[in-house]
Design a protein around this ligand. Structure first.
Ligand code: AMP
Ligand code: MG
Length: 331
């Protein structure tokens, strides 16, 4: 991995100004997938927002493993189920990300997540025996996906929490585009996806939360037609006996990932890829993440380490705004 240390320079957005007549600004806040979602579009009317909201609620029902009518609930209960095209698609995407990241992303971590109480909210620290027993029911290679039929071993369960919001933001952007909207930005619980440019022709500026102080920004990236999705241990955690336990699980240990990273932001065209990868790279750590980036490309990333170091991949380095020093990862 070649790292070139650069002194921070505040980068000024250089997007060309090609002003469009995008209509009026319409906004909507939706509560779904356990989070607050903010949608903003430029359009002739608010109809596309109503369609987007419908889509979010529909996908929430399809993917929520606690909803008895969802495909995921049926898979987890019966261990085998015929599922909708989109459930098959999201599972296929999740498996691709598992392969890319050597299992750092794994939607079979549900039994472990449940032990820690991250699903349901009854937080506790499980014993090593409990964790080892649960880990025998973890392993994405055990998922069988044959066209629209999904099956998992008896003790296994699936959890799409690491990829569902990104998949949903892809769907919302497609719905908006289908309605003729060419300028929009959606934030699904902080997972941002931009459609086109701002109405003034500038790129969208998306802030990345400072993991050490949620009221501040670590930096900003400028994007058009991209998702900007962050995973961080600071987003969901509990404390016990002076130790912090967060919701991103290393599938190899069954414990909160301790890779040295405190936040990973992935910027890519696909929300599902950005979401799954940000979770996976958080688990993988900086060096392995850089290898994955070198090998596959197709995304950019901002990494924050627990020692305060910040790294950005070269594709976004030109438009990354940050008032702290950072390093640029080069191909
Ligand atoms: P995110 O906020 O997108 O990073 O996803 C975190 C959520 O994904 C957790 O709350 C769990 O539901 C689930 N999860 C935790 N660890 C993993 C993992 N290693 N691979 C896939 N999903 C995970
Ligand atoms: Mg994720």
């Amino acid at each position: 991995m070649r790292k070139i240390l650069m002194t921070a320079a505040v980068c000024v957005c250089t997007a060309l100004c090609g002003c469009q007549n995008a209509g009026g600004e319409y906004k909507k806040t939706v509560f779904a997938m356990d989070t607050v979602m903010d949608l903003k579009i430029y359009s002739e009317n608010d109809e596309p927002l109503l369609k987007a909201e419908e889509e979010i609620k529909r996908l929430d029902a399809v993917f929520d493993r606690g909803n008895e009518n969802s495909d995921i609930y049926r898979i987890n209960k019966n261990k085998s189920a015929a599922v909708s095209d989109e459930t098959a698609e999201i599972i296929r995407k999740a498996l691709d990300i598992s392969e890319m990241t050597d299992g750092a992303f794994d939607i079979t971590t549900a039994p472990v997540t449940d032990l820690w109480g991250f699903y349901g909210g009854n937080f506790r620290v499980p014993s090593n025996e409990e964790l080892n027993a649960a880990l025998s029911s973890v392993g994405y290679k055990n998922i069988r996906l044959d066209s629209n039929k999904v099956s998992i071993p008896e003790s296994f369960s699936l959890d799409l929490g690491g990829i569902g919001k990104g998949f949903a933001s892809d769907s919302v952007i497609n719905i908006l585009r289908g309605c003729g909207v060419s300028s929009a930005i959606v934030s699904l619980g902080g997972n941002v996806q931009a459609l086109g440019q701002r109405p003034d022709g500038e790129a969208w500026s998306v802030g990345i939360t400072d993991p050490d102080d949620k009221s501040r920004l670590l930096g900003k990236v400028k994007v058009s037609d991209k998702a900007v999705i962050t995973s961080g241990g600071y987003q969901r955690f509990f404390e016990k006996d002076g130790k912090t336990y967060h919701h991103i699980i290393d599938p190899k240990t069954g414990k909160s990932a301790e890779s040295g990273l405190v936040s990973v932001t992935v910027i890519a065209e696909s929300g599902a890829l950005s979401d799954g990868l940000s979770t996976a790279l958080f688990v993988a750590g900086l060096d392995k993440s850089a290898e994955i980036w070198h090998k596959y490309g197709g995304f950019d990333a901002v990494f924050a380490e627990n020692n305060g170091n910040i790294y950005v991949t070269e594709g976004i380095a030109d438009t990354f705004e940050c008032d702290r020093p950072y390093s640029v990862l080069k191909k």
